[in-house]
Design a protein around this ligand. Structure first.
Ligand SMILES: [Zn+2]
Length: 187
């Protein structure tokens, strides 16, 4: 199991209230409890209580998704890439925001954009959080498509000289389902 870090108590009432706001946003977006534990200094007991209060149920148990595979399958890759493009843009343009707030904001914009196109968000907030970490740790990277120039999430060994994205070259089996991803543009 992972080593339990003892959370440092929040520094001030203001800081604590900021952390509660963050936790509430994350819970409303459907984040798993592990994300809250990692992104706030609130104690496990408080987070659990907050979770039940906001979500109206106990948090789901079980392991977080640990593999990078999901992000590389066709439709999830398009969603993950859209989120990551928004996230990268916000990270550059909002230097005053803390990392966790950039993620929350980027996730909100991602869901807004796909829903405006009549597409269900495939990427959960928990996966978005993993994605940011995978990219930071160099387990995934961003590559430009040689045809459309959009930026896509790719495996670290992907050769950027030959990379063609899933929108320019959808898999044959995609067929009619391809429409579901077409509302999403990455340029
Ligand atoms: Zn492309």
């Amino acid at each position: 199991m992972d080593s339990k870090k003892t959370p440092t108590p929040p520094k001030s009432v203001l800081d604590e209230s900021r952390q509660i706001d963050r936790a509430v946003s994350l819970i409303e977006m459907g984040a798993r409890l592990q994300v809250l534990e990692s992104e706030t200094d609130l104690s496990y007991e408080r987070l659990l209580r907050l979770y039940k209060e906001v979500a109206g149920r106990s948090p789901s148990k079980g392991q977080l998704p640990f593999s990078t595979d999901w992000f590389l399958t066709w439709q999830p890759n398009i969603h993950a890439s859209l989120f990551q493009n928004i996230h990268a843009y916000l990270s550059r343009s909002s230097a005053d925001l803390e990392n966790v707030d950039v993620m929350i904001k980027a996730y909100g914009l991602y869901t807004e954009q796909v829903q405006a196109n009549g597409v269900e968000p495939l990427l959960t907030i928990t996966r978005a959080w993993r994605l940011v970490r995978f990219i930071k740790n160099g387990m995934l990277k961003m590559v430009s498509c040689t045809r459309c120039g959009g930026h896509f999430v790719a495996d670290t060994y992907e050769n950027p000289r030959h990379f063609v994205c899933g929108l320019c070259e959808p898999p044959a089996r995609a067929g009619k389902g391809a429409g579901a991803a077409n509302g999403v543009h990455l340029q």
